[in-house]
Design a protein around this ligand. Structure first.
Ligand code: CAA
Ligand code: NAD
Length: 302
């Protein structure tokens, strides 16, 4: 059963050629899972150095997945890693990478201007068959699609971190997304062995609409001096059964991502207390204490 959760065959997949743009925490995970489930994938980022880091991250994670799947069989584990890596290419040329893609999943920085600039280029370069999806945490999918002509072939595919472990995929549909494009995104998600749910194009879809206000509330609790991050994390793990406390999770997600999400919503809904941005989060981001990825956030990482 565990093997079925991770692997599939190339022939079964509706989407044969996939391009993932952005090789950070999310993009590297999405590209890895696509490759290990039989998709031919190209991972795009701005520089060879960033792509090298992404490939190293993928190697580490594939080793963990292979260990889980083939605990007692090192030959099969090595074959799994080799076959997955064989399906994965990297590139710094987004236009070229999308030339023959069935699906493009965008996972670049959480900035509407950066996403607009990218999708304008991709819309010119990709053939008509190509479906575009954004992995945004907080931005409106319709707004991201604004400069693109193929609005009927545009949707959201929102994965969760760590992508190789988290089973959920939110598939977001705008009023313009065609039935066919939506069904293909759902089918691709299922081929990547995710449990897919259809979501409306509302702020934070389902998970983040609940998760970010919860994390923000924990930061306000810290600012009031009610409890330490350590005690709040322990409380939510042992008292509420969460796998990570809110501060561990904030560091894991990236404090820049959480800040971008809350600021976007705060600008749109200034009177909603759930979206107020805490000072401690702003300060950490100003100091580049973004969490695990920079070695320090609410906690220090060696
Ligand atoms: N790649 C592959 N496998 C991994 C992995 C990775 N990056 N990280 C962990 N694993 C595997 C481990 O190998 C291990 O496998 P086995 O059980 O076969 O040994 C298993 O997952 C458990 O890992 P660990 O024992 O190392 O650690 P853990 O039990 O503490 O689990 C965790 C780690 C899965 C991250 C867990 O702490 C967890 O679920 N945390 C919450 C994550 C979460 O809430 N994510 C959502 C964030 S919000 C978001 O993503 C949306 C957004 O837009 C911001
Ligand atoms: P990250 O900072 O780890 O990675 C972003 C990557 O995009 C970087 O490697 C950067 O070099 C690259 N990039 C920026 N502009 C680019 C461009 N024009 N072309 C190609 N590459 C470009 O960020 P992340 O945490 O992986 O988040 C990526 C997206 O996924 C964001 O929209 C975020 O909101 C969303 N998301 C994040 C999480 C999370 O837990 N961090 C979860 C779900 C969704």
């Amino acid at each position: 059963i565990r093997k079925r959760l991770f692997t599939t065959t190339v022939q079964m997949n509706i989407v044969k050629k996939l391009t993932v743009i952005g090789g950070g925490l999310m993009g590297s995970g999405i590209a890895q899972v696509a490759a290990q489930t039989g998709h031919n994938v190209t991972l795009v980022d701005l520089s060879p150095q960033i792509l090298n880091r992404a490939v190293k991250q993928i190697d580490l994670s594939l080793t963990k997945v292979a260990k889980t799947l083939y605990r007692d069989n090192s030959v099969e584990a090595d074959q799994f890693i080799y076959a997955s890596k064989d399906r994965l290419k990297v590139s710094t040329d987004a236009s070229k990478a999308v030339e023959d893609s069935d699906l493009v999943i965008e996972a670049i920085v959480e900035s509407i201007d950066a996403k607009h600039a990218l999708f304008k280029i991709l819309d010119e370069a990709a053939p008509p068959k190509t479906i575009f999806a954004s992995n945004t945490s907080s931005l409106n999918i319709s707004e991201i699609a604004a400069p693109v002509k193929r609005k009927d072939r545009f949707g959201g595919m929102h994965f969760f971190s760590p992508v190789p472990v988290m089973k959920l995929l939110e598939v977001i549909r705008t009023p313009d997304t065609s039935e066919e494009a939506h069904n293909k995104m759902m089918a691709c998600g299922r081929a990547m062995k995710k449990v897919c749910i259809a979501c409306k194009d509302t702020p934070g879809f389902i998970v983040n609409r609940l998760l970010l206000p919860y994390m923000s509330e924990a930061m306000k609790m810290l600012e009031r001096g009610d409890a330490t991050p350590q005690d709040i994390d322990l409380a939510m793990k042992l008292g509420a059964g969460y796998p990570m406390g809110p501060f561990e999770l904030a560091d894991y997600v990236g404090n820049d991502i959480s800040l971008a999400v809350l600021q976007t919503w705060n600008r749109k809904y200034p009177n909603d207390p759930a979206f107020q941005v805490s000072g401690v989060l702003k300060k950490l981001v100003q100091e580049n204490k973004l969490g695990c990825k920079t070695g320090e956030g609410f906690y220090k990482y060696s």
